[in-house]
Design a protein around this ligand. Sequence first.
Ligand code: AMP
Ligand code: ZN
Length: 467
Amino acid sequence: MALTLYNTRTRQKESFEPKDTKKIGMYVCGPTVYDRAHIGNARPVVVYDVLYRLLKHLYPKHDVTYVRNITDVDDKINAAAKQRGISIKELTEETTKFFHEDMAALNALPPDIEPRATAHIPEMIAMIERLIAGGHAYAAEGHVLFSVSSDANYGKLSGRTLDEMIAGARVEVAPYKKDPSDFVLWKPSSGDEPGWQSPWGYGRPGWHIECSAMSTKYLGESFDIHGGGRDLIFPHHENEVAQSCCANKHSDFARFWVHNGFLTVGGEKMSKSLGNFFTVRELLEKGIDGETFRFVLLSTHYRQPLDWNDKAVADAEKSLNGFYRALGMSGYEGAGDNLPENVLSALCNDMNLAPVIEQMHLLARSIYKTENLEEKRILGAQLKAISGLLGILQKDPEVWFQKGILSTEGGHYSISSPQEQINSLIEARNAAKKSKNFAEADRIRNELLAMGIVLEDTRDGTTWRRA
Ligand code: AMP
Ligand code: ZN
């Protein structure tokens, strides 16, 4: 089945064909490791993890290489290390380890290659030298700058005019720049700042050149897919294209540019600078299971904004309870089989997950309903096949239900034991019945049923048993 992806470069959905008959390359901009990842940072990780799983599924004969870098040289890192009184190396190693742990908790597969910027300085220097030799960059006062006016294609990815770019990026006007929109490829380091010897003196690379050098090294001058959050389109990705295409004459760099929408809180982009963020770790520690977390991130189309709120978390938990319940009832224990056609076609339609999730609910309902054990097993295998592509339902259903049940209220998440939760739901149902709110009473009964709890109303009150 043909995969269609929205390509930022052409601003339309396009049919994806691998460039090579044997391999597919995908590069995604990774974290700058100075602090714990927030849940906005987790969104691209989960989105491109699904794309990675999908590519491997669709192209089993291709060697799919997923590269996601670690930016371990950056002024924010220098400042954070100084503030904490630890070395830069200590800070970046600790933060990288935390990032790996947090993303593993979200069932994100590790990329095939995870290059660190500081391990690729010679490649960056070589690329900068090629840019200077080609008349696309110039050295001035220990800096090297990319000359934006030397590149006729500059601005095409983001679709901005030069004036818009200058206004949007609040570019730094500096005496050593020939043009205010020229951007830094290399800058001098002094004192305790990290640095390397280079033809332009002791210094360190700019952020954009890292991704150009590392993607070229591992995926070649032209590759299939480049991803990242939409905030990176300009200036980061625009600058990556300029550097790579000017340094490598025959390169068209990434053919597909895929960008995820923002994760928001109260409609505002979550970001460290606004201070409106929660870290992945905080939420995991408050009791949100990594799969619930992941399911929230997948519940909205990847290009749309996704607002994080209690309801979204509670809904995700409820859906997963239902899926796990069905999986447990199905008796199926393998890795999945017989992926439904409509699921694959929705995934291939620019990763449209809404019909996929709907199909999972349908399968779960059919598993509850049918009395035929073989049919239950077959449906369970389908449910598992879908969930393998989404990276959910990876636990044993028993283990899932043992963890207790999540309550959400005003940003406070708490886990109660299954027993406590069942008792409080029974109380809530009794109260609903007393006030003749039978719809709510039925809803609670069904919610419990989805958790595998059957209620029995007797003259002495309500009792429960496991189904
Ligand atoms: P950073 O460490 O800020 O460079 O971000 C790492 C990745 O997270 C990049 O791909 C960003 O585009 C992405 N990102 C940052 N904030 C958000 C957000 N609120 N929603 C979605 N993606 C984000
Ligand atoms: Zn990048």
